[in-house]
Design a protein around this ligand. Structure first.
Ligand SMILES: Nc1ncnc2c1ncn2[C@@H]1O[C@H](COP(=O)(O)OP(=O)(O)OP(=O)(O)O)[C@@H](O)[C@H]1O
Ligand SMILES: [Mg+2]
Length: 507
């Protein structure tokens, strides 16, 4: 029989392989849909540094039993940037379309998540998505869309323009999907709690299908400084990148080309590099032959004089906000937070933030690890994640940590390119550079915890000593008074007060 060959669109590919995007089963689908839309909403408010107000409502459409798969309507409202009207259809009706293919930190990277949720809704309920958005102009644009999966194109079913009397800015998305909320519920609530932890400047409201209200209120309006877009770092480029740059460059010589298109390459470094590579400064980049481009890339990798990337394209949370988030959601007795200096892997800058908490709302037995990447909580596939591997490799007894202590560890990796292993963004690959930074970050906070535990141990010992004193001292005083044949027992209160005071001073 003759073979048949065909081409499929990107949307068709993800329709056939929805597991790799995190849409494995009805429970996971509700979770993933919600998280993708929440992350889009948070990205949109980061864009203008507005404190996010996010409203999420999941309502059940049919009368399914609690343990059955049901049809839900998911609605998310945000007060973020809004979307320019001409991009609304593609933003929600075309996979691999987005505004975040830039070299700066964002939650979104693939141009897939939100659209994938809508696609899943469509293939399970055959209903359209409703989008309303305004960038704060005098108009609100309302669309009713479906996705032409085979062509990977939006189908506009309806479009309305409304007057924006209140100068509202933001986006509302509403669509139906099949799901299993009751199986997904623990993960969804955990996701929202961890999102609130890492976004202490956001108000997040969630109404679940039973009408229960979950509210996460902001404790600060301070937001991390927004990231700036950056140029590719020389150590991260390959032949394809150079070819693309050559195609678009207005530069007429190699000196300008190096200075214009690469991160932290100035006159001096460009000059030294071209000398090192044996390429004339005056050569026109458009005249480079293919083998010269390959050689250029090889020489770039060999040259030791490029500066490390700066971190302005990143937006870590910062120690103060991280601590505020932790105090708000976990209410621990002790917290240590630490931000490592910027580092790089394959030319991509990244920063690791770590924290360790003790007591409060932290459970006693399971030593939870809260993992975050670009301010997104990662909840699945924990065992495969680099942070968990690092944590398991540490000898915790060295830090006085015992298995039944109420301790949790938090690791936040932020980068222009987080090394996720799947498009579902669930776990981070173990790149040696990232691994090292995580290890050093955890060691730092673990040392602080060790100091706290040592001090606590000491205080506990003294407290016990004092309680022994206060128990026996009165008796000793009485007996010695009797033995000495005296009437009046000495005042031991004063003595105990002195011991207590000495203890206080020792602390
Ligand atoms: N709430 C929103 N506010 C503003 N823009 C939005 C919103 N939701 C989606 N968008 C726009 O739609 C685009 C596509 O969103 P989608 O979630 O599919 O991809 P992404 O966020 O770019 O990447 P990822 O697949 O990693 O989530 C985004 O890049 C953004 O420009
Ligand atoms: Mg997204």
């Amino acid at each position: 029989m003759a073979q048949t060959f065909e081409e499929i669109s990107a949307a068709d590919f993800f329709y056939r392989n929805r597991d790799i995007a995190g849409f494995t089963n009805p429970a996971r689908a509700v979770f993933s849909s919600m998280r993708e839309l929440v992350e889009n909403a948070l990205d949109a408010s980061d864009l203008y540094s507005v404190s996010p107000d996010i409203y999420i409502r999941l309502s059940q459409e049919d009368e399914a039993e609690p343990d059955e798969i049901a049809v839900y309507t998911l609605r998310i409202e945000d007060n973020g940037s809004g979307i320019p009207p001409r991009h609304i259809p593609s933003a929600f009706g075309q996979v691999l379309f987005g505004s975040k293919y830039k070299l700066k930190q964002a939650r979104g990277t693939f141009g897939l998540g939100g659209t994938m949720a809508i696609l899943y809704g469509q293939i399970t309920t055959h209903k359209p998505v409703y989008v309303a958005s305004s960038t704060g102009t005098s108009k609100i644009y309302k669309y009713k869309l479906m996705i032409d999966i085979q062509r990977n194109r939006p189908l506009i079913l309806d479009r309305k323009i409304q007057i924006n009397k209140d100068k509202w800015r933001g986006t509302i998305v509403e669509f139906c999907l099949e799901g299993d909320y009751f199986r997904a519920m623990p993960k969804i609530l955990e996701y929202l709690k961890q999102t609130a932890l890492v976004t202490p400047y956001a108000n997040i409201t969630f109404i679940d299908p039973k009408g229960r209200l979950y509210k996460f209120t902001r404790v600060t309006t301070k937001m991390p400084p927004p990231p700036k877009e950056t140029l590719p770092h020389p150590y991260g480029v390959d032949v394809e990148t150079i070819q693309r740059l050559i195609r678009i460059t207005p530069c007429r010589n190699m000196l300008d080309f190096m200075k214009t298109h690469f991160h932290r390459v100035g006159e001096n470094i460009a000059h030294h590099f071209l000398e090192f590579a044996g390429i004339s400064e005056r050569k026109n980049p458009k005249k480079l032959k293919p083998h010269e481009i390959v050689r250029l890339v090889r020489m770039i990798k060999r040259f030791k004089g490029f500066l490390p990337p700066d971190a302005s394209c990143l937006s870590p949370l910062g120690e103060e906000l991280l601590k505020a988030g932790i105090l708000k959601e976990l209410k621990p007795e002790f917290t240590a937070v630490f931000q490592r200096k910027p580092s790089t892997y394959s030319g991509h800058p990244f920063i690791v933030e770590t924290a360790i908490v003790y007591g409060g709302d932290v459970p006693k037995d399971d030593f939870p690890v809260y993992r975050f990447a670009n301010r997104i909580p990662l909840l699945y596939d924990e065992a495969s994640d680099v942070s968990v591997k690092v944590i398991r490799s540490i000898n915790w007894r060295r830090y006085k940590v015992l298995p039944d202590m109420p301790i949790a560890i938090l690791v936040h990796v932020c980068s222009t390119k987080v090394p996720y292993k799947t498009v579902g963004k669930e776990f981070i690959a173990d790149r040696p550079e990232v691994k090292r930074e995580i290890l050093n970050g955890i060691r730092e906070v673990a040392r602080q915890l060790q100091r706290f535990l040592t001090k606590r141990e000491h205080v506990e010992k003294e407290r016990r000593r004092l309680s022994v004193f206060s128990k026996y001292l009165p008796k000793i005083a009485r007996f010695s008074t009797e033995l000495a044949g005296k009437e009046k027992t000495p005042d031991i209160k004063k003595l105990l007060r002195t011991v207590r005071k000495l203890e206080e001073e020792k602390k």
